[in-house]
Ligand binder design. Structure first.
Ligand code: ADP
Length: 241
């Protein structure tokens, strides 16, 4: 397993936001965290990213204890709805950014960075945008570039928090298809947070249904539809038990 999460808990004051989360994710898998607002999805993602810390529990990635590492040492890539591109940098420099700030011993040469960025832009079908600034891009184009920025460092895990949340329905559908192809081809282990059922079920290899800080069910989309494990899952998905 790439990611192993065991007995993770997190409370803010008196509120238990995560209550004993256990989750194992395999190499190359795309997992969606789906649940109503306030169920703890973003908190779980932030803990994996190193932007928040649990009160108890463990988190290992490729056998390494990630709770002992700072965010910048974890090799996680993020695409968050409100994590903006750098406005003063062209698309190609936004994508190169993560590589240029690696510790000197891990940092590729300028020529190697350029080659890696060119290859990644071709793969993501955004080469035509290379010399534009973020203000010259549509919302959908920006999120494609944001994925490029996150993937440039070849992350151990890619974390996406409602990445298409601000976009309209047509653009969302296009991007969803594009993202699925990109992640399937690149085999990047990914966790995708959404409250949009259709998005989760279309994209993910497995869906994790969260409610009030607990995992209610984990399964392939068809398994969950055919056998909702709890009345909560059935109600949330609009199914009968
Ligand atoms: P989701 O992503 O599923 O909407 P969140 O993880 O954002 O849920 O939030 C879960 C709960 O934790 C909510 O009740 C929220 O108000 C609370 N919460 C999140 N972050 C903080 C914080 N920094 N301080 C206090 N409460 C927080």
């Amino acid at each position: 397993m790439t990611i192993e999460i065991a007995d993770l808990t997190r409370r803010f004051d008196r509120t238990e936001v995560l209550r004993g989360i256990n989750l194992a994710i395999a190499e190359g898998e795309l997992v969606a965290l789906l649940g109503p607002s306030g169920s703890g999805k973003t908190t779980l993602l932030k803990i994996i990213a190193g932007l928040d810390w649990p009160d108890t529990g463990s988190l290992t990635v490729n056998g390494q204890d990630w709770l002992a590492k700072r965010a910048q040492d974890r090799r996680a890539g993020f695409v968050f709805q409100h994590y903006a591109l750098f406005p003063h940098m062209k698309v190609r420099d936004n994508i190169a950014f993560g590589l240029t700030v690696l510790p000197r011993r891990d940092r590729p040469s300028a020529a190697a960075i350029r080659a890696r960025v060119d290859e990644l832009m071709r793969f993501l079908q955004i080469s035509a945008l290379a010399d534009r600034f973020p203000a010259e891009l549509s919302g959908g184009q920006r999120q494609r570039v944001a994925l490029g920025r996150a993937m440039a460092i070849s992350p151990a895990v890619l974390l996406l928090d409602e990445p298409f949340g601000a976009l309209d329905a047509l653009v969302r559908r296009d991007l969803r298809r594009w993202l699925r192809d990109v992640l399937e081809t690149s085999k990047t282990t990914s966790i995708f947070v959404t409250h949009d059922q259709e998005e989760a079920f279309e994209l993910a290899d497995r869906v994790v249904i969260m409610g009030a800080g607990r995992i209610e069910q984990i399964g392939r989309p068809d398994e969950i539809y055919d056998h909702p494990a709890t009345p909560f899952v059935a109600r949330f998905l609009g199914l009968s038990v």
